[in-house]
Structures are given as C-alpha cells and as structure tokens.
Write a protein that binds this ligand. Structure first.
Ligand code: CUA
Length: 352
C-alpha cells in the first residue's frame, strides 16, 4: 500500500498541471458554454440534456448501490449464505426499458438538431450566403451575392442566417466556431457540406480548424466578426471600392510581380493565396499574430505593421508548413521592400 502522503505528493503536480492546461480553455470567445447564437444555443441544449440524464442515472444507481451495501452487509456472527435469487422478470424489464427510453430521448433530440443545423438556406432570400474554402492553413470566404472574397475574418451581419457552403482546397479540415456553432468538415471528395450560423450579438468570435490537418493545424484559426447590418453593408462597399496602389514605382513592381502572382488586392492579383484587400483592418496577421488595432482582443497584440514585417521576414517561423514562399529567400525581397510592403498593407484599411 502506498502511504497517503506519498499519493498526495504524486497527485499534486498532476492536478497543478491540469489546472494550468484547463485555464487555457477560458478564452472568452472560444467557448461552447457561452453560446452567442441559435445554433450554439441548440448545441449547448443537447449537452445539458445529456449531462442531466447522465447525472440522474448516476445518482439513482449509486444511491441504490450505497443503500444495498449498507443494508445487506454481513452482520457480526452471520455465517449462513443469504437467500439466492436467480432472475427477476419484473426487474429485468425495468432495467432494459429505462435505458431504451433514455437513449430514445437523446436520439430524437440529437437527430432533430442535426437536421435543423444542416438545413440548406442557400436559396433563402433573407440569408447571407458565404462559400467557405479551407486551405493549409487559412480560410477563404467568398460572398457570391456581392462578388467579394476575403480571408481569415468572416464579416457577418447580426440577426441573419448565414448560409454556409463548405469545401476544401487540399486536405480534410473542419470549420468550427465554438460560440456560434459547427463543426462541419470540409470534405476531400469534392462534396460540399452545408450549414448555417447566426450571431445574436455584435462581437468577434474565434473559429478553429477542428481536424488535424498538418504541422500548423493548431494555428489554423479565423475570426467571425458580427456587425450591424449597416456596418456590414459599408464593409461590402469598402471591399468593392478601388484600392490605393503603392506610390514608390520600384516597390510597386516588386509587389506586383512577387505578391500579386498569388494574392489579390482589390481587382488586381491572383486567387492562390489569401485575398489581402483591407488586411490592415483585420483582427490578426496570418491568424495568430494579433493586431493591436483589432476590435476583438482576447490577447494583447502588436501593431499590424510589426506583425506583417514579422510574417514577411520568415513565414515558416510563424506558421510552419504553410505554402507561402519565403519573401527574402525565394522571392528576393530586401528588408526595405518588406518594410515598404508591410507599411502599404497595414494602411490598407476598410472603414465600416
Ligand atoms: Cu486545418 Cu486542422
């Protein structure tokens, strides 16, 4: 037998470790326990229903067990074998029927919610349609009704259904915004999954990739920024407005040949990398470098320009395994180019 103090000595570090680990789960905008829309509320309802059923079953079973242990334990001097019972028809029916009923209650509620949250609102005139494409390790959001594409920050109006069509550009990822709803896989077989979300209140909600997809899976974050309908309309207009170009012709040429071959800004550039229109107003750079200017700030950030310089100087250091070529080593950008491009992008802001 281990001495009690020895057991305590072993357990204390374990509990300290657990406390430390779990304390990281408290990020305000990343909790299924603080639902911010009808889908997340429904999902929390399912969690509560199943926990309630489990707790009630546990209390009854443990209660009966404790009663039997105490009441029928061997009395001092008792040597005879108790009365042997073999089978009890009534009891067997009861303990088969009760779990069946409980499983049925859970099944009906779950199936009903699964279908309700997978409902296709892409034909609903009142819903905002967003096509979500997952990439190693970033998220692309296209708004077909408005002809705009953005990355990393999904801007939505509050109080409206957001009809999502989800697909992947490479491997299996999973779209999850804990405080709004999800998770929905982006399949590799070309099938498109449909889901919807709605945010009741304005705010910035953290989204995660919920499927192990590679080296930077844990950094494959995004934000859902819920704003008023007026702000949303202003954002759409700002996204479509003509963009400022780089003044210095030499830097503009580097930007055009090396950056716009993959990325788009306004109506210039390509669709391979994240669209950079208005990147100066985003919550983060590369989803994990938090911007000091951002509106939803669970973490203190650095100025967006500093984050852009950090990213452009060595993208692999920030997000290992990502597909961005090294601006310095592969594309031949100088520190001065990076500084100028970071400055330009940091000032590429949208007012909404
Ligand atoms: Cu994408 Cu994990």
């Amino acid at each position: 037998m281990m001495k009690p103090w020895k057991a305590v000595k072993r357990l204390v570090p374990m509990f300290a470790m657990l406390a430390l680990l779990l304390s990281a789960c408290g990020r305000e905008d990343l909790s299924v326990l603080r639902p911010q829309g009808p889908v997340a509320e429904g999902q929390l309802g399912l969690i509560k229903l199943s926990i309630t059923i489990m707790v009630v079953v546990m209390l009854i079973v443990f209660g009966i067990a404790a009663y039997v242990w105490v009441k029928y334990r061997r009395k001092p001097g008792q040597t005879d074998i108790p009365k042997q019972v073999e089978g009890n028809h009534k009891l067997e029916i009861i303990w088969t029927a009760i779990p069946l009923v409980l499983v049925l209650i859970l099944a009906v509620a779950t199936v009903q919610k699964v279908f309700a949250f997978g409902e296709d609102y892409s034909k609903d005139a009142n819903a905002v349609k967003v096509k979500v494409t997952s990439h190693l390790f970033w998220w692309e959001f296209t708004y077909p009704e408005y002809g705009i594409t953005t990355a990393q920050d999904m801007i939505i109006p509050t109080g409206k259904k957001i009809a999502l069509e989800l697909k992947t550009a490479d491997v299996l990822h999973s779209f999850w915004v804990p405080s709004l709803g999800g998770k929905t896989d982006t399949n590799t077989d070309g099938t498109i999954n449909k889901a919807w979300l709605e945010a009741t209140n304005e705010g910035v909600y953290l989204g995660k990739c919920a499927e192990l997809c590679g080296k930077s899976h844990a950094f494959m974050e995004f934000k859902v920024k819920a704003v008023s309908q007026d702000s949303f309309d202003a954002w759409v207009e700002a996204m479509k407005a003509p963009v400022q170009t780089i003044q210095d012709p030499a830097v503009a040429e580097v930007f055009k040949t090396q950056c716009l071959s993959c990325h788009a800004v306004g109506d210039q550039g390509g669709p391979i990398g994240p669209n950079l229109t208005g990147i100066g107003s985003r919550e983060t750079v590369a989803s994990i470098l938090h911007n000091a200017e951002a509106s939803g700030k669970p973490i203190d950030g650095k100025p967006v320009k500093d984050n852009l310089v950090e990213w452009l100087t060595d993208p692999q250091k920030v997000k290992p395994g990502n597909k961005m070529p090294s601006p310095k080593e592969d594309l031949g950008l100088t520190d001065a180019d990076i500084e100028a491009i970071a400055d330009y992008l940091a000032n590429s802001k949208l007012s909404y």
